[in-house]
Design a protein around this ligand. Structure first.
Ligand code: UDP
Length: 311
């Protein structure tokens, strides 16, 4: 099988590259590296089944020969990144989705699009089920990501209904693990970097907002299963174990044995107050659920960041 992954140089894209290569696929990773990195692909570059194409998928891409699977994972994905690249985020989540769907249609390939829990916005339903339509501010600062992903979902369903493309949509909840960028601005790399450098941990707001963190290998397993499933509606993938951001800061302090203090900073605009996936659908359709608990996942990730910082 020949599998094309956009955003292959990103955090999740590089783990998918690894997973598909180890399942015997040929993998073509596509990235323009505005937020991904070539270093994430270093482990695979000597593998004869691996090819890399430097390309911005907001522009059409022609590929010679057959393609069996197209996975669209290209996008800035942390709030800090998509606020830095608002137009690119809107383009890759609209034109990029259109281009990758066109490729899947031409090649009669399976298609999977990385959507997000951000389609639920600041949710009024908790935990979030796939049937919930969300509470998104279209013109707020996060709208560039949220609305691009909502548009992507609409486009994917239109290609499925109109052209019969074998499409799949996952809604990814907060995910973490090795190959995250220490400076991507998300809460976990921020807290771990701060703890390891003995700087104060920056908790936004009063830290009572919640998130639910999924270790990357669990997410990748769910993606792999859905790609080959006969199911075309969106599926939440995430770990339902919910924690407040303040508790999360304390967990990381304890785990890293850091003496850092906690400092409170203003809460960013439109920051969701709660987030937790209802994973009944993934359990039922894919027989999937997360296996790595937060303690184990955080330990592995902390060791990765320690190495990155040369400790
Ligand atoms: N956050 C925080 N301190 C930081 C970075 C983030 O308290 O240094 C909070 C942020 O306000 C949000 C949560 O942690 O409530 C998760 O933020 P992140 O940027 O990781 O992603 P989000 O889940 O908001 O997309």
């Amino acid at each position: 099988m020949r599998t094309l992954i956009t955003g292959g140089g990103g955090f999740i894209g590089s783990h998918l590259t690894e997973r598909f290569l180890s399942a015997g696929h040929e993998v073509i990773a596509v990235d323009n590296f505005i937020t991904g990195s070539l270093a994430n692909l270093d482990p695979f570059r000597s593998n004869p089944k691996f090819t890399f194409i430097g390309h911005d998928i907001s522009y059409p891409l022609k590929i010679k020969g057959p393609i069996d699977n197209v996975l669209h994972f290209a996008s800035p994905a942390s709030p800090v990144d998509y606020l830095m690249y608002p137009i690119q985020t809107l383009k890759v989540g609209s034109l990029g989705t259109h281009n990758t769907l066109g490729l899947a249609k031409e090649k009669k390939a399976r298609y999977l699009m990385a959507s997000t829990s951000e389609v639920y916005g600041d949710p009024l339903e908790h935990p979030q089920r796939e049937e919930y339509w969300g509470n998104v501010n279209p013109i707020g600062i996060r709208g560039v990501y949220d609305e691009a992903k909502r548009f992507s979902e609409a486009m994917v369903m239109a290609y499925h209904r109109t052209h019969g493309v074998n499409t799949h949509i996952i809604r990814i909840f907060n995910t973490y693990g090795e190959r995250m960028r220490l400076d991507d601005g998300r809460v976990l790399p921020n807290f771990m970097g701060q703890a390891l450098r003995s700087e104060p941990l920056t908790v936004y707001g009063d830290g009572s907002q919640t998130r639910s963190f999924c270790y990357v290998s669990d997410l990748v397993e769910g993606i792999y299963r859905l790609l080959f499933a006969d199911y075309h509606e969106p599926v939440n993938l995430g770990n339902p174990s919910e924690v407040t951001i303040l508790e999360f800061a304390e967990e990381i302090l304890k785990l890293s044995k850091s003496k850092s203090k906690i400092e409170f900073r203003p809460l960013p605009q439109d920051d969701p107050k709660v987030r937790k996936p209802d994973i009944t659908r993934a359990r039922t359709i894919l027989g999937w659920e997360p296996k790595i608990d937060r303690h184990e996942g955080l330990n592995r990730t902390l060791r990765y960041f320690q190495k990155q910082l040369g400790e």
